[in-house]
Write a protein that binds this ligand. Structure first.
Ligand SMILES: [Zn+2]
Length: 393
């Protein structure tokens, strides 16, 4: 059995922390941590909901399903979240990942529905294409105060993706990224709040890496004391998650099922809204390509660089620059990308896009996007030498 208990909120002397214990009975725990926590600056302490275990359910549930254990939450959770876990969420996760089995979930009661929901409508700011597109649509273009973003968050919860980099370096990189997010927030006149969590500790066995966004969902649920709506920027569009279903199966949970999973994650206080599934990624690049904020601050890179800048050589950098080149807008992004370096080195990436057409969703949409704009990609039915190997495209 996996048991979660002893929920408490306290001031560590530096920050306010929401924390619970996690214990593994009848099995040796492969994880070093014995607690899960979420912490924010003291002035944001009221945002952390300490009457509910909702933020402490998803990751322990994944572990219970992975290790074939019963999950016992020794406290109250949202009835809505409990019902969704019981009837839908476990089924979706089992469809996604073959190593999971349904788990029995025991809770000690349900949280009282709130008399009044919080007034924060927020999204995360990673400075990437997805989050900038969400902010552009739901802050710059939205005028309904019930749906317009009024705060940004930066979560340090292990989802930057640079695995293998030591903890201190990763923390420094997170601080750099947070400073970038705060610069954007300042320009927009929005607050940008920082939250740190250790939920990524339980990714040790790699299996949870496939479901990285559970860490983000958990961070959002911890803020139920103040956040009423939270936009989560999507990875792939509705149609792509169907077409490339087998590509994502056992590989990436958010791409496999986020369009129908995320709406099931919220509780009576906080709605999680999956945003951007109406767009391909190239459409989101087009959405923000003329926005001065994006031109100054776009940061898409998933490779570690000491100053947190775009490396210009990873697939995310390449795919973003190719979409901009196709639209004739690449030179407008000279502040964030090395354009000359891209022009010297992009042929190989373009050939790979043609080679992977129909197999990789992002390579496929870039080829389609080029066709839509009459952009000359390398000719098909030609042989190229790529990394010493002949490639026919
Ligand atoms: Zn990069």
């Amino acid at each position: 059995m996996i048991e979660v208990s002893n929920l408490r909120k306290y001031d560590t002397g530096e920050v306010t922390r929401l924390e619970a214990d996690i214990a593994f009975h009848d099995m040796a725990s492969p994880y070093p941590e014995r607690t899960i926590y979420f912490e924010v600056a003291d002035e944001n302490g009221h945002m952390l909901a300490d009457d509910s275990y909702d933020a402490f359910v998803l990751v322990p549930l994944w572990l219970a399903m992975l290790h074939k254990q019963t999950l016992h939450i020794r406290g109250k959770i949202s009835k809505r979240l409990y019902q969704n876990i019981k009837w839908y969420i476990q089924k979706i996760w089992c469809d996604f990942y073959d190593k999971l089995s349904p788990a029995k979930v025991i809770v000690d009661g349900f949280t009282k529905p709130p008399e009044k929901r919080g007034d924060i409508i927020a999204t995360g700011m990673s400075c990437g294409v997805d989050s900038l597109s969400t902010v552009y649509d739901h802050f710059v273009r939205e005028d309904d105060p019930d749906y317009r973003i009024n705060a940004l968050f930066y979560f340090e919860c292990g989802v930057l993706g640079q695995y293998g980099v030591d903890a201190q370096k990763m923390h420094e990189l997170n601080m750099t990224r947070y400073a970038q997010a705060k610069t954007i927030a300042d320009e927009l006149g929005l607050p940008c709040h920082y939250l740190k969590s250790n939920v990524d500790t339980f990714r040790k066995l790699e299996d949870l890496t496939k479901a990285n966004y559970l860490l983000v969902y958990s961070c959002v649920l911890s803020l139920s004391g103040a956040v009423s709506r939270y936009y989560l920027s999507n990875a792939v569009e509705y149609e792509q998650s169907k077409i490339f279903r087998e590509h994502f199966h056992n590989n990436d949970m958010s791409e496999f099922c986020e369009s129908y999973l995320v709406p099931l994650i919220g509780n009576e206080r906080t709605d999680l809204i999956i945003d951007g599934c109406q767009y391909r990624r190239v459409d989101k690049v087009a959405n923000i390509a003329d926005w001065d904020v994006a031109r100054k601050h776009l940061n898409v890179c998933w490779r570690y660089t000491p100053d947190g800048s775009n490396c210009g050589r990873c697939p995310k950098c390449f795919r973003t620059m190719l979409a901009l080149e196709i639209m004739g807008k690449l030179d407008n992004f000279a502040a964030v990308f090395n354009i000359d370096d891209y022009k010297r080195n992009s042929l190989g990436y373009k050939i790979n896009c043609l080679k992977n057409y129909g197999e990789d969703p992002f390579d496929t949409e870039n080829v389609d996007f080029a066709k839509e704009h009459n952009f000359p990609m390398p000719e098909r039915r030609e042989v190229y030498l790529l990394d010493g190997q002949a490639v026919l495209v």
